[in-house]
Design a protein around this ligand. Structure first.
Ligand code: ITT
Length: 180
């Protein structure tokens, strides 16, 4: 099974759950949509039309409560423009710091049928960047009931992250198919 992504960190995280997957980089045009589920689904459809083999893609985002879910599906653009520092600035003085990471994994089976699995993790936005593991917004995301950011505690991230949860659902789905 192929994992279509440009992000090496995602591949490393996914291998811990699914084992031996094949990483394929491909330029997949990302549709504009307000949901990461739709974006992932369309990307999987496109990738399948190109390689015609079982594969999955994953779209993730950071959703902040005080900003009505921003940047959500636009997380990549926001990360590449204002980054973690920009988010910290935006949130300066804001009391409600709740945030959620969401991941939508879209799996295309050998016939090209698409199955979507979603994972979420709640937390808060830190007041400064901390830690040097992981990627993206990890240095500013503190999971619920913890003090360290994802970038400070990659082992914990691996256990409970949005991506882990979505991939575990995919794994269960694949195993159930094998035994049927
Ligand atoms: P793809 O090629 O798989 O699309 P990407 O890096 O473009 O990889 P996404 O569009 O799914 O990833 O993610 C949007 C942004 O959200 C990404 O640029 C990261 O900054 C951030 N992000 C996603 N997952 C994250 C995680 O587990 N920890 C921290 N930041 C994350």
């Amino acid at each position: 099974m192929y994992f279509i992504t440009s992000n090496k960190n995602k591949v490393e995280e996914a291998r811990k759950i699914l084992g031996d997957i094949r990483w394929k980089r491909m330029d997949v045009p990302e549709i504009q949509s307000n949901t990461i589920e739709e974006i992932a689904k369309e990307s999987a459809r496109y990738a399948f039309s190109r390689i015609k083999k079982p594969l999955f893609v994953e779209d993730a985002g950071l959703f902040m409560k005080a900003l009505a879910g921003f940047p959500g599906p636009y997380s990549k653009y926001v990360y590449n423009t204002i980054g973690c520092k920009g988010i910290i600035k935006l949130m300066r003085g804001v009391q409600t710091r709740d945030a959620e990471f969401r991941a939508a994994v879209a799996y295309a089976d050998k016939r090209g049928r698409i199955h979507v699995f979603v994972g979420r993790v709640n937390g808060t936005i830190a007041t400064s960047e901390r830690g040097n593991h992981g990627f993206g917004f990890d240095p500013i995301f503190i999971p619920r009931n913890k003090k360290k950011t994802f970038a400070q505690d990659p082992e914990y991230k691996a256990k409970i992250s949005h991506r882990t949860k979505a991939l575990l659902k995919l794994k269960a789905f694949l195993e159930q198919k094998v035994y049927k």
